[in-house]
Structures are given as C-alpha cells and as structure tokens.
Design a protein around this ligand. Structure first.
Ligand SMILES: Nc1nc2c(ncn2[C@@H]2O[C@H](COP(=O)(O)OP(=O)(O)OP(=O)(O)O)[C@@H](O)[C@H]2O)c(=O)[nH]1
Ligand SMILES: [Mg+2]
Length: 345
C-alpha cells in the first residue's frame, strides 16, 4: 500500500457520477443545480453526450467557471465511444477536476458506459459513484416508454432513482412512482421525488452498486444515418470561409429520429415565427440556442411543453429536434428558413 505521506503517492481517484435518464427528464437541469451548490473551492467538470449531431446542453450548462465538454452525434457506448474516452481524458488531463459529472444522452444505454468507467483503463483514475437515474413518473402510464428497453435499463441500472418534475404530478403519478420504485430488484439505495432537478448533494457520496446487471444487454443496437446538407437559399454571407451559415444533418437510432442545425451568427430568427414553427408539432424533444434581433434565446421543449428564454449569447446558433416518428426534415428546414428575420435591404 502506498504511504499517503510520501510525495510520490498516487492522487486519489476522482469521484465520478453518471446522471442518466430518458430524453428531457431533467438531467441538465439537475447538473446545473449541482454546479450552483458545489463548494466554490472545488474544481468540477462535466462531460455531456448528445444524441443529435450538434449538441446544445454544453451551451445550456456553460457558466464560465466549470469545464464542460460535449460529445455529440450518437451515444457514448457506440458511435461516440472513442470520442467519449478522448473527451474524458482531455478533461482529466487539462482540468484536473476534483469531481466529474457525466450526462449521457437520454437515448443512451448506461451498461457500456459503466463498464468503461469501472474497467482497467480508469481503475486507478476514477471512482465511479452511485448512478443517479432521473425519470418522469408520468411515463409509467406510457406504453411507449415502458416498452423501451433503454428506458427500462436506465432505471434498472440506477442506484438512486429520482422522479423529477414532481411539481407536475398528480397524486396518482406519485403513488405509481413509489409503487414502481418499491418493486425494484435489486432495491435502490435511495428513491425520491424532486422538482427542478433538486438532487441531494449527499447522494454524491453513495457508492456504485456492483450488483446491478442490465436486463437487455444485447438490445442496444444503435443505428445512425447522417445526411449533411447546406441550404443554398440562405442569403446571409458565410462569416468563416470553411463553415456555411446554415448546416443541417439527420440522425437515427433507438427508435428515434433526429434533425440538427447549426446557424452562423449572422442568421437571426423572428422569435414569434420560430416559436410558431416549433409549436406546430409536439415533438419529443426540441432544444437550441438561436440569435434574434433582440438577443440570443434558448429553446427547451419536451413533448410540446416549454418555450423560448433569453440566453447570454453563443458563438453560433444550434437547434436539435428528436422524435419517435420520422421527421420531415426538409419541410422543417423550409419552415425554419421562413422564420428567419428578413435581411434588411
Ligand atoms: N416543470 C418542470 N420542468 C422541469 C423540471 N426539470 C426540468 N424541467 C424542464 O424540462 C425541460 C428539459 O430539461 P433538461 O434538464 O434539459 O432535460 P434533459 O434530461 O437534460 O434533456 P436531454 O438532455 O435532451 O435528454 C426543460 O425545459 C426544463 O426547464 C421540473 O422539475 N419541473
Ligand atoms: Mg440534457
């Protein structure tokens, strides 16, 4: 055993936490709350993974004090697995964090990620603590969610099970959650109802349980197909020669379909018309940051709920739409082009 007094003793493994849960249940909100309450003299870092091609969460999390790194375009366990280890290694080396929070995509299966983080590569570097799974108790009444194997394994593999958005629940939702949580085998270390991602900091001290095994270890077959295109009908000039002003891509996997956009900073939207386009469908997930004539706004909608909020600013616009049915990406692209603020003559 190494003597803790010697100057050459190994640094203590970095406490690392997976905050998992299905699309839009409140993972990023919960991480923001944790960051707000962290001891100010501790260096924390966040690694966030997104299903869509461009990723928005890093932008929503940025607070200027905590290092946030994003891995977009798939889930950590498959297409993005190499990017995941590269991103994680970068954080460990560059930031020397004292705690790392990891948010996998809402469509990601946690088993492979847990295996990587507890495997030989990180054994002496990271100490993976209890996985915290957030869920929306209202999904217990949704056949689509209950039949989704990744939804089930995210919940099954969590050590702490939290029903977030408790402010929106009926008594029946609350009862259904506690009944469901009580039946968990192996049992959870903690179960709780919270609102606005208000996790208990004490849960960060709980250990990872080695006893949990995925129910569907083979089920996770991530398929992805990307088609990149640049819309030629945009009249704004490119700001950078190597990047178009309007870039879009599509992705697919886990029974879901994604469409992503990146907009150069010269592309501005009329916020009312943009809101109308985004409200036309109750897509499972819409999020983004875009420029408007009166400043930047963030967009955060789940199943048709949520709107536009002022945002401090961004280097470029980004938008992601994810739905469990195929998206007519070209039609949405046209509608978005129509929601731009007209360029002054
Ligand atoms: N009413 C209510 N809204 C919430 C609560 N927690 C989060 N939200 C909202 O739910 C939306 C999604 O929250 P996020 O934290 O972005 O969810 P996420 O799980 O990170 O989403 P993905 O990364 O896309 O899977 C946002 O509009 C939040 O403001 C809550 O407890 N109550
Ligand atoms: Mg998120």
């Amino acid at each position: 055993m190494s003597d803790p007094r010697t100057p050459f003793s190994r640094p203590r493994p970095i406490p690392t936490h997976l905050i998992t849960g299905f699309l839009g249940v409140g993972k990023t909100t919960a991480i923001r709350r944790l960051l707000e309450r962290r001891p100010k003299d501790e260096r924390w870092a966040v690694l966030v993974n997104e299903f869509g091609e461009v990723g928005v969460d890093a932008e929503l999390l940025a607070d200027g004090e905590v290092a946030v790194r994003q891995v977009a375009g798939g889930c950590l366990c498959c297409v993005a697995s190499q990017a995941f280890t590269v991103g994680l290694n970068h954080i460990i080396r560059r930031e020397r964090p004292q705690r790392i929070l990891i948010e996998p995509t809402g469509l990601g299966h946690p088993a492979q990620v847990i295996e990587t983080l507890t495997g030989p590569l990180y054994a002496s570097i990271l100490e993976l603590r209890a996985s915290i799974t957030l869920m929306d108790a209202r999904h217990l009444a949704s056949i689509r969610h209950r039949a989704h194997q990744t939804w089930r394994d995210q919940i099954h593999l969590g050590d702490v099970l939290v029903a977030n958005k408790a402010d929106l629940y009926s008594d029946r939702d609350r009862e259904a959650f506690f009944e469901f949580a009580r039946a968990m085998d192996p049992p959870k270390l903690r179960t709780a109802l919270v609102a606005h991602g208000d996790l208990d900091l004490a849960w960060l001290e709980l250990p990872l349980s080695a006893a949990r095994r995925a129910l569907f270890p083979e089920a996770h077959a991530f398929l992805t197909a990307h088609r990149l295109q640049t819309s030629e009908s945009v009249d704004a000039q490119p700001l950078e020669t190597d990047r178009p002003e309007w870039w879009t891509a599509e992705s697919r996997g886990e029974g879901h379909f994604g469409r992503s956009w990146r907009f150069g900073p010269a592309v501005q939207f009329d916020s009312i018309r943009l809101d109308e386009v985004l409200r036309r469908h109750a897509w499972d997930r819409v999020k983004g940051v875009v420029a408007t004539p009166t400043g930047w706004v963030s967009i955060n909608r789940v199943a048709g709920v949520g709107g536009l909020e002022p945002h401090p600013g961004a280097a470029e616009g980004r938008l992601e739409i994810i739905h469990h049915r195929p998206l007519d990406g070209e039609a949405i692209d046209r509608q978005l082009l129509g929601a731009r603020r007209p360029i002054d003559p």
